[in-house]
Write a protein that binds this ligand. Structure first.
Ligand code: 6PG
Length: 244
């Protein structure tokens, strides 16, 4: 697997590093095929990246009208909920850049969890004209418990080999999530993890250096078929790694 660790002293440099990478892959994709299909991660870490991309130094570097936005996962909440990844990205990125609605593919959480997952898979397949779904870039985060997207430890979705989008019920949080499966994520051309802070150090060690145990460390599932994986992290997040 083509894997590269991009390690920076502090959070701000991590954000600048991945912002530059985002722009590079976007322009490469637009230059090659006329558009850029990107899947965004949720949670708190990427919000600052999305806000950075809307500043003059970055926003002017690419034609946003040629970008199609998707989500790696979504919390099963209304889109006006503070927990909604869609709302976070709408506020941080879509609204400031005035992204057209028909360039945003969001999860319809007004459906049942299973129907929302099936509907999202249909939206994605239609966009890719029912050909193999290969995102140009998939952004991912890493939970302190080594989950990524909504591929949480000891959930049935980890063993999913066929479906590309699934609903997953998180027993401990008593909530549903809608998530791309590892199968779909691993079809991507480029995958980039963004994480920073000492709180991620144990998960980074488990995922990158500990023996394989996908039930405990689901992010170990991320092994692209033909693409590459880049990790964008600060020194604090890699503090426990033996090999940097
Ligand atoms: C989500 C994300 C999730 C996130 C990790 C890390 O919907 O929460 O997709 O996979 O990337 O939980 O979250 P933080 O960046 O908030 O630590």
């Amino acid at each position: 697997m083509d894997l590269k660790l991009n390690i920076f002293p502090e959070e701000q440099e991590v954000l600048m590093g991945i912002a530059e990478y985002f722009v590079e892959i976007a322009n490469q994709s637009i230059g090659k095929q006329g558009f850029f299909n990107v899947s965004l991660s949720g949670g708190t870490s990427p919000k600052k990246l999305y806000q950075l991309l809307t500043t003059p130094g970055y926003r002017q570097q690419l034609d946003w009208a040629k970008v199609y936005f998707f989500f790696g996962d979504e919390r099963y909440v209304p889109q006006n909920s503070p927990d909604s990844n869609f709302l976070m990205v709408k506020t941080a990125l879509f609204d400031p850049l005035q992204i057209a609605d028909d360039h945003i593919f969001d999860v319809n959480t007004s459906l049942s969890p299973e129907a929302a997952a099936a509907d999202y898979a249909d939206q994605i397949n239609a966009h890719f004209k029912n050909e193999k779904v290969c995102f140009d870039l998939i952004l991912l985060g890493l939970g302190d418990n080594s989950h990524t997207a909504s591929l949480f430890p000891h959930t049935a979705v980890l063993a999913e080999k066929e479906a590309t989008v699934k609903a997953v019920f998180l027993e401990d949080q008593h909530v549903f999530r809608i998530t791309k499966t590892a199968k779909m994520i691993n079809q991507a051309h480029h995958i980039a993890f963004l994480l920073y802070g000492a709180g991620k150090a144990e998960a980074v060690k488990h995922v990158l250096e500990d023996p394989g145990d996908i039930e405990e460390y689901p992010a170990q599932l991320i092994k692209p078929e033909n693409g590459d994986v880049q990790w964008f992290m600060d020194e604090a997040a890699v503090a426990l790694l033996q090999h940097k």
